[in-house]
Design a protein around this ligand. Structure first.
Ligand code: NAD
Ligand code: DAU
Length: 336
């Protein structure tokens, strides 16, 4: 099999490439990534000389480039996106271009070259926000109700993927996953931000009252879910992925990180809230559990310890990331 992975130099895409080459060594992967601020080839150093892996720098909105890359591709796994909610609030147009237009162009070229599968990586944020302490969870039948420019752009991309299935019979599948964490995550996101700020002796910023709830999933469990959908998933279907931590607040997540790292809670700094901040996400994963027997392999705290240890051991990786474009972004986001 030959896979085209878009956005493979980002957090989840690079974890997926490592996962796939480890479990399907005979397959070939082409990684197409434009290397935005979030794309980092240091995530892929250990595979760069693997003859089954090839990197192509390019944008998913470049139709001529896609036309050259797509012949011979069996499966497209589409990760490429602008992925950070706070940046979508500052500059929504970038999100419309890559997440909406880019997805449409990729679908068009995949259809033209008759790929056997187009798998779209999406998010639980398309379903909106849940109330704190309610029993309600999102599932595959929840109504779309995106509330940030990022979520709206991902919702539009999901609709386009389904439109290509119903209208043109493109063989698609979609996964809507909860918040990932683990190795190679950009420190703009809460968990690596907290860990690396602690390692640098800085404060850890918490938005608003800190009582927002996310449903955290270790990135390798997400990669395994994608593998199951690619190998066993039914064409045209959507699968929700997550379901590990539906009651743990951001404040509690940060307190657990501080405890594991042996630091005082006095480093927590309450900062101004994110506009339109979604209160709670929680996903019911019954479908993927019953169809494929998928569930996270370990619990949240075990994975948190592993993740902290990865950032402790990979100081050079995250200092490179934090010293680049991120320095200016951090000032604008947290100090203005
Ligand atoms: P990321 O920001 O770490 O990586 C995105 C990658 O896409 C980067 O390598 C970037 O260079 C590349 N890219 C961006 N625009 C591009 C373009 N126009 N053409 C080609 N490449 C481009 O993102 P991530 O956290 O790894 O998320 C990957 C996917 O998973 C996204 O579609 C995101 O919506 C989805 N998702 C993320 C999470 C999460 O918690 N991180 C959860 C659910 C779903
Ligand atoms: O739910 C899936 C989504 O999870 C993905 O689709 C997105 O790509 C991914 O970025 C993530 O979105 P969130 O906005 O939930 O993740 P983030 O790490 O930015 O924030 C997690 C929570 O922590 C959220 O409630 C906001 C809060 N937060 C975040 C930052 C960066 C803080 O309190 N302080 C911070 O400095």
């Amino acid at each position: 099999m030959k896979l085209l992975v878009t956005g493979g130099a980002g957090f989840i895409g690079s974890n997926f490439i490592h996962y796939w080459l480890n479990h399907h060594a005979q397959d070939e992967i082409v990684n197409l990534d434009s290397l935005t601020y979030a794309g980092n080839l240091e995530n892929l150093l250990s595979v760069e000389h693997n003859p089954h892996y090839k990197f192509n720098q390019g944008d998913i909105t470049e139709i001529e480039l896609l036309d050259k890359i797509m012949p011979g591709i069996d499966i497209v796994v589409h990760f490429a996106a602008e992925s950070h909610v706070d940046r979508s609030i500052r500059k929504p147009a970038d999100f419309m271009k890559t997440n909406v237009l880019g997805t449409e162009i990729l679908l068009e070229v995949a259809l033209k070259h008759k790929v056997k599968r187009f798998h779209h990586i999406s998010t639980d944020e398309v379903y909106g926000s849940l109330q704190l302490h309610s029993q309600t969870k999102f599932n595959e039948y929840s109504a779309y109700n995106p509330r940030s420019p990022y979520a709206a752009s991902k919702a539009a991309s999901d609709h386009l993927v389904r439109a290509y299935f119903f209208t043109y019979k493109l063989p698609v599948t979609i996964t809507n996953c909860t918040n990932n964490f683990g190795p190679y995550q950009h420190p703009e996101k809460l968990i690596p931000l907290a860990i690396t700020n602690v390692l640098e002796g800085k404060k850890v910023p918490i938005y608003g009252d800190g009582l927002y709830v996310r449903d955290w999933l270790y990135v390798k469990d997400h990669c395994r879910a994608i593998e199951l959908v690619l190998t066993k998933g039914r064409i045209g279907e959507t699968y929700c992925v997550g379901g590990m931590t539906d009651e743990i607040s951001n404040l509690e997540v940060v307190k657990r990180i501080l405890k594991i790292m042996g630091k005082s809670e006095s480093v927590i700094e309450y900062v101004k809230d994110r506009p339109g901040h979604d209160r709670r996400y929680a996903v019911d994963c019954k479908k993927i559990e019953t169809e494929f027997d998928w569930k996270p392999l370990y619990d949240f705290d075990t994975y948190l310890v592993q993740t902290i240890s990865w950032y402790e051991k990979n100081h050079e990786w995250w200092t490179h990331v934090k010293n680049g474009e991120y320095t200016n972004y951090y000032k604008k986001q947290y100090q203005e």
